[in-house]
Design a protein around this ligand. Structure first.
Ligand SMILES: *[C@@H]1O[C@H](CO)[C@@H](O)[C@H](O)[C@H]1NC(C)=O
Ligand SMILES: *[C@@H]1O[C@H](CO)[C@@H](O)[C@H](O)[C@H]1NC(C)=O
Ligand SMILES: *[C@@H]1O[C@H](CO)[C@@H](O)[C@H](O)[C@H]1NC(C)=O
Ligand SMILES: *[C@@H]1O[C@H](CO)[C@@H](O)[C@H](O)[C@H]1NC(C)=O
Ligand SMILES: *[C@@H]1O[C@H](CO)[C@@H](O)[C@H](O)[C@H]1NC(C)=O
Ligand SMILES: *[C@@H]1O[C@H](CO)[C@@H](O)[C@H](O)[C@H]1NC(C)=O
Ligand SMILES: *[C@@H]1O[C@H](CO)[C@@H](O)[C@H](O)[C@H]1NC(C)=O
Ligand SMILES: *[C@@H]1O[C@H](CO)[C@@H](O)[C@H](O)[C@H]1NC(C)=O
Ligand SMILES: *[C@@H]1O[C@H](CO)[C@@H](O)[C@H](O)[C@H]1NC(C)=O
Ligand SMILES: [Fe+2]
Length: 541
């Protein structure tokens, strides 16, 4: 390379360095908010709509034989010293005269340890099966393989553990996998990166989301509802892109449960290593005979429900270093008299902000979204629970359901409030339904209030705004002040909590390189300005 070449390369380097410096020095913080609303126009590079992976795709095929484990995943318990390992053995059956497995036929055993060559610890767990039954002529029934959940306890923080799961007596044990435990809870201890996404599905766009998310090396994945979209299929395996228009013929909305097995197989390379925490979305309802709902969701995932004094798979909590996560259910009772609300009150009252300064809540349908799709749909849940979450100083809320990205200014009861949570919608995982593009504030897009409640959630609580520029109206006539940034695109988010006050939030669009930031901001807590109800630490009094 000649002298000129060196100078050119040098100048390029200087330019790159200054760009990186310039960019890092100007990451905004919520302290500079509230921000003027920003709408990023639709990227015209999008081609076509999201298409599901076919049954014949090698990534969704069963590659094990007999009772060897498949669909292996790790989930967290409520504290750093314990995790759940889940897997499935045996083939599902679908059709007529299916015969459910006896779940006791295959043992639930995990061998684990700190060294790959010394899996000297053993834990045993429980197993179950579920069926998805339709008592109608012409529809096919489904019964699952044997689902195993084993809880490992006594783990050290921030350490890699190797494990093998299965039934050693058959013998049918898995390969050796590994995961890393979370740090001990405390105000200075955080995992590096938490990936957050919703409405994932199993399309070719989902595969880009998952591959970008994996490249960003998360320590934990949060999936804020709507997992496989198995309910966009008839029981004979024929799919559809529309949830409500295609199934008018059958009295119960059909599903094709093998899509869940496909999803479990596709996700195993990530989830056998990186823990996942899931909360239910409307696509998990999956009604079947006897008014049974949520069978696949409640059976396939492990939840730290018992560990967090919840008796339900629909709401629970857990600690990740200095963060207390609360997962809430939008599709079960949430009113003041409901078990969920009482559990939430108890759980919040027990949070010690000296140990877990960050309080993060997630549930599926957003309260603060300005898209036309699902506009103000979860208003009854908002009316029931918003005050309680505010009182305890929830810092951040993550939702899905709306197939787009949106970040709010700090807001409480539709009013900008420096002590309200930041609400982030990440229903942009890439599922096959339509992306959310129109906004409720655009001419002609404001829905009639009476049409807005979700039919499954029921209730009608969406009053017109009483103050601000939209007073007396159901919709704004421009992007609402509560909405700081909105963009319709597929992608995922990464939360990096740095310390007691600062968390960096980065949203990554699928059409960019995985590490390029689409939207980025420091979420800053102000514990002095925003005092919250907190547990008194008796030992210090
Ligand atoms: C810096 O930010 C600008 C605009 O936000 C973006 O276009 C550019 O790619 C960024 N540069 C680097 C090196 O990240
Ligand atoms: C979905 O993926 C296809 C390619 O598989 C791409 O052409 C399309 O633009 C993607 N859609 C979005 C919204 O990213
Ligand atoms: C599916 O199960 C239901 C409920 O047990 C039963 O009524 C129905 O006949 C079964 N259908 C088939 C095709 O086996
Ligand atoms: C599945 O059922 C639907 C509705 O009865 C029918 O249109 C479709 O052809 C069937 N598909 C298969 C693969 O049998
Ligand atoms: C299922 O629910 C419907 C309406 O919600 C009710 O009429 C029916 O009795 C229920 N059936 C069973 C078996 O519980
Ligand atoms: C929220 O605002 C509405 C309308 O202004 C008011 O009626 C309601 O009491 C407020 N709720 C809370 C919890 O402050
Ligand atoms: C409870 O929630 C439902 C919506 O799920 C609503 O219709 C009802 O009015 C609420 N009841 C109370 C007592 O708040
Ligand atoms: C609420 O606002 C809508 C327009 O956004 C209007 O049509 C409706 O009459 C208002 N309802 C009430 C009760 O004021
Ligand atoms: C917290 O982290 C932020 C961002 O890394 C940094 O600017 C700030 O100084 C840190 N605060 C404390 C108290 O360490
Ligand atoms: Fe949804």
């Amino acid at each position: 390379m000649g002298f000129n070449g060196v100078i050119v390369v040098g100048l390029h380097l200087l330019f790159l360095i200054s760009m990186v410096l310039a960019n890092t020095s100007k990451i905004p913080t919520t302290l500079e908010g509230p921000f003027k609303p920003v709408t990023v126009p639709l990227d015209n590079s999008f081609r076509g709509h999201a298409i599901d992976l076919l049954d014949t795709d090698p990534r969704v095929q069963r590659t094990v034989t007999g009772f060897e484990p498949e669909q292996i995943s790790v989930s967290l318990s409520s504290t750093h010293d314990s995790v759940w390992i889940s897997w499935i053995t045996g083939e599902f059956q679908i059709g007529n005269n299916i015969k459910p497995f006896n779940p006791e036929a295959v043992a639930s055993v995990v061998h684990y340890g700190r060294l790959k060559s010394g899996l000297t610890h053993q834990a045993t767990g429980h197993s179950l099966i579920y069926s998805q039954l339709y008592p109608f002529e012409g529809l096919q029934n489904y019964t699952s393989g044997i689902i195993h959940h084993v809880r490992l306890t006594g783990l050290q923080p921030n350490k890699v553990y190797y494990y093998q799961c299965g039934d050693p007596s058959i013998p049918a044990m898995s390969d050796v996998f590994y995961f890393k435990t979370m740090p001990v809870s405390g105000p200075m201890n955080y995992p590096k990166r938490i990936a957050i996404v919703g409405d994932l599905g199993l399309t070719y766009n989902t595969t880009s989301t998952v591959s970008h998310l994996t490249s960003n090396q998360p320590d934990l994945v949060l999936l804020v509802g709507d997992v496989t979209y198995a309910n966009l299929y008839l029981t004979n395996g024929t799919g559809s892109d529309c949830y409500s228009c295609s199934f008018s013929q059958t009295p119960i909305h059909e599903t094709y449960q093998p899509r869940w097995d496909y999803w479990g197989r596709f996700m195993q390379p990530l989830l056998s290593k990186v823990p996942i925490m899931v909360v239910e979305g409307n696509h998990e309802i999956e009604e079947q005979t006897g008014n049974l709902t949520f069978a696949a969701y409640s059976s396939r995932f492990a939840f730290p429900s018992e560990e967090s004094q919840s008796s339900s798979t629909f709401y629970y909590s857990f600690n990740v270093g200095g963060i207390h996560f609360i997962m809430l259910g939008g599709y079960i009772a949430y009113n003041k008299s409901a078990d969920q609300y009482k559990w939430l009150e108890r759980d919040l009252a027990n949070v010690d902000r000296k140990v877990t300064p960050w309080l993060v809540a997630t549930w599926h349908p957003p309260w603060y979204s300005s898209y036309k799709a699902h506009y103000r749909e979860a208003e009854c849940m908002k009316v029931a629970m918003e005050e309680l979450l505010y009182k305890y100083g929830v810092d951040l809320v993550f939702n899905g359901h709306v197939h787009a990205y949106e970040r709010s200014n700090r807001v409480y009861n539709y009013t900008l409030d420096p002590c309200g949570p930041v609400y982030i919608t990440v229903g942009d995982g890439g599922n096959r339904e339509k992306m959310a593009i129109p906004h409720a504030d655009e001419p002609g897009n404001c829905p009639d209030p009476s049409t807005t409640p979700d039919s499954y959630m029921g209730g009608f609580c969406a009053y017109n705004f009483t103050s601000g520029p939209a007073a007396g109206k159901f919709c704004w006539d421009r992007q609402p002040d509560f909405s700081a940034y909105r963009e319709t695109s597929f992608g995922h988010g990464i939360l990096e909590v740095k310390n007691e006050t600062h968390a960096l939030w980065t949203w990554h669009r699928n059409q960019d390189m995985y590490n390029i930031a689409g939207d980025q901001i420091y979420i800053v807590r102000q514990p002095d300005r925003c005092p919250v109800e907190r547990k008194q630490m008796e030992e210090f009094q």
